[in-house]
Design a protein around this ligand. Sequence first.
Ligand code: 5GP
Ligand code: MN
Length: 328
Amino acid sequence: MTARMDWERAAQLLAAAQNIIVLTHIDPDGDAFGSMLGLAAALRDMGRRVITAVDGGIDPAFRFLPGADAVQDQLNGQNADLVIVTDCSDERRIGEVGKAGRALGVPVINLDHHRTNTHFGDAVLVDASTVAASEGVLDWLDVLGAHIGPATAQCLLTGIVTDTLCFRTSNVTERALGKAQRLMQAGGNLGEIVARTVNRTPAPVFMLWKAVMPRVRLEDHIIWAAISQSDFRQAGIHDEDDGHFVSLLMQVDQAYVACVLTEVERGVDISIRSVPGFDVSAVALALGGGGHTQAAGATLDGLTLAEAEAQVIPLLRDAVRAGSPQIR
Ligand code: 5GP
Ligand code: MN
């Protein structure tokens, strides 16, 4: 597994910083909020002043996380002497707050777990064998000898639980399970996290699935569907959140690769999954995006759903041809 861990450089940068901005990726998910807020809580426990920000601010579904109320949707000209970015594979995905953060001209620490990470920043802590950026945050805190308080534990456990669909993804390791146990011992509430995240689908999202389901196609081990703006409107969804429909499609036994194409303002967002034995990160990378072997994505600017489908499905056919299922 690919890893680059600039432990010493990161420790030096942290030692020299009092005011720290922690950022994460646009369209944040549970690991984005979990890793950003878990690290922020630990840094506050170490006596640092910390600002957290992401474009769009906090997602109401993650308001239960300690520190969620302090998440800003912009940087308001605030200063700092260090920027740390979590769960973000490339600089564009830090969004507008990222541009404002970089404009400060202070050092940047890049803490992530995507194998397609571009290694931007002044210290890189990227380990693709960790199941979540939140697991990477715990590794760093351990290297620093930091205390893990209950707020940190709840946030990091949320990142691990959501990125692994509650320990169901193929990348879950014994190490990750051990760390989840430690986070529970430190105050993480697994029952609450599961109830508020992986076991919960908002009714409008369920109605969206119901509307899209008749159009799902399954062909040559590829399962896919397209979701239009009108689908979202009719379901009463305003943030283009499809509740990880692609993970539902990936459960179909004949499918090796699953893809959901979503019409967005810029063009088409694609979300891809595969079962072990098939690599979809290369497909996403070829389309200008990125991700992991079994979960990746990209945004295709200026295309219609039909144009995007015509471009993406042949690449998925190639990915299916290049692999074979590890588990039959
Ligand atoms: P999801 O399908 O859950 O949106 O994303 C799956 C994985 O692909 C995540 O790890 C996410 O970071 C990555 N990913 C999704 N969309 C993009 C994108 O547009 N660019 C990049 N670089 N990665 C993406
Ligand atoms: Mn992640």
